[in-house]
Design a protein around this ligand. Structure first.
Ligand code: DOR
Ligand code: ZN
Length: 356
């Protein structure tokens, strides 16, 4: 299965897929899709627009807008998700899945993150939805954090696993679940122990930064995302999991663009835009961990295998070429002329560069 070629100067690997991505809509979509479509063949597109994607029609229309925004000459396949609410009908999920419009359903606990106010308020109230998904083999993608304000923000993932995820897997043992953007040792251990039907995505940012980074030299809103970055020991556990070669952990960038003005304000948005350098960012981690030979499984194989999709056949080349990441990602649209997004690794040096 391994098609990887590694030398001091270059890595040739199977084209990767991004199993967790925010593309937004409108003028922002037109710009942010470009770096993703240049590198990744497929991406699971998150439905937390405003209003969210909750119908077959809105998923289809959103997919059309995405495909229209893909630059000519690139091939890119968006895999659409639908957003679960308290009133999602099992019939709608079954129809959308059978018609291959919904690839998966996304569960946001209500008010857990950006545009999640219409998310699910009580998991037990949508048992019939889980029952149907289990029956038809439709994947459930979970933002795994409790929203109970009495639970410390740094503990919300671990508490979600204990209070909600474990009971859910016990109630629906054949349900196919991805715990998205894991951030803790607790999540790593839980996924490893339940890996027949459970997998997890890991973001570049959770592999690179710990919670200190949010406060170095002042309050750094660029590093604010949800689930929030945790202590160093958790980052170390995530790096170990990602580079372990274990197929239950795979690439999902959670690239989540927000305009500078929405990050740098009294109530800044959560989200890190890593799409412009995502693969390079992962490669840096795998190199630092002495595990470049395991990059391809994580980036380009384990996700497809988990979802039962074919592996990509195209190759992509990374060249050893230390380069500075631009401080701003400019938006193409005229109406957003003065706006920009600060990319992850802004102003830093990354060692690997994608050969165009
Ligand atoms: O940091 C995040 N940003 N986490 C999420 O769960 C949502 C995302 C967004 O949509 O901005
Ligand atoms: Zn996300």
């Amino acid at each position: 299965m391994n098609t990887l070629t590694i030398s001091e100067e270059q890595i040739i690997l199977r084209q990767p897929d991004d199993w967790h991505l925010h593309l937004r809509d409108g003028s922002i979509l037109d710009s942010v899709i470009i770096p993703t479509a240049k590198v990744f063949n497929r991406a699971v597109v998150m439905p937390n627009l405003s209003p969210p994607i909750v119908s077959i029609q809105s998923a289809l229309e959103y997919k059309r807008r995405i495909l229209k925004a893909v630059p000519k000459g690139l091939s890119f396949m968006p895999l659409m998700t639908t957003y679960l609410t308290d009133t999602t009908s099992p019939e709608l999920l079954a129809k959308g899945f059978a018609e291959e419009i919904f690839f998966a359903a996304k569960l946001y606990p209500q008010n857990a993150t950006t545009n999640s106010s219409l998310g699910v308020s009580d998991l037990a109230s949508i048992n019939s939805v889980f029952e149907t998904m289990e029956k038809i083999g439709m994947p459930l993608l979970i933002h795994g954090e409790v929203t109970d304000s009495e639970v410390d923000i740094f503990d919300r993932e671990a508490v979600f696993i204990e209070r909600h995820l474990e009971p859910l897997l016990n109630r629906f043992p054949s349900l196919k679940v991805v715990l998205e953007h894991i951030t803790t040792t607790d999540a790593v251990q839980f996924v490893e122990a339940n890996q027949s039907k459970l997998a997890a995505t890991i973001t570049p940012h959770h592999l690179h930064i710990n919670r200190n980074e949010m406060f170095i030299g002042g309050l750094r809103s660029d590093f604010y995302c949800l689930p929030i970055v945790k202590r160093e020991r958790h980052r170390v556990a995530l790096r170990r999991a990602a580079t372990s070669g274990s197929p239950c952990f795979f690439l999902g960038t959670d690239s989540a663009p927000h305009l500078r003005a929405s990050k740098e304000t009294s109530c800044g948005c959560a989200g890190i835009f890593n799409a412009p350098n995502a693969l390079e960012s992962y490669a840096q981690v795998f190199e630092e961990e002495g595990a470049l030979d395991r990059l391809e499984g994580f980036s380009s194989e384990f996700g497809a295998v988990f979802y039962g999709l074919s592996l990509n056949t195209k190759k992509i080349t990374l060249i050893k070429s230390p380069h500075k990441i631009p401080s701003k990602f400019k938006l193409q649209s005229k109406d957003l002329d003065s706006e920009y997004i600060v990319p992850f690794h802004s102003g830093e040096i990354l060692n690997w560069k994608i050969s165009e």
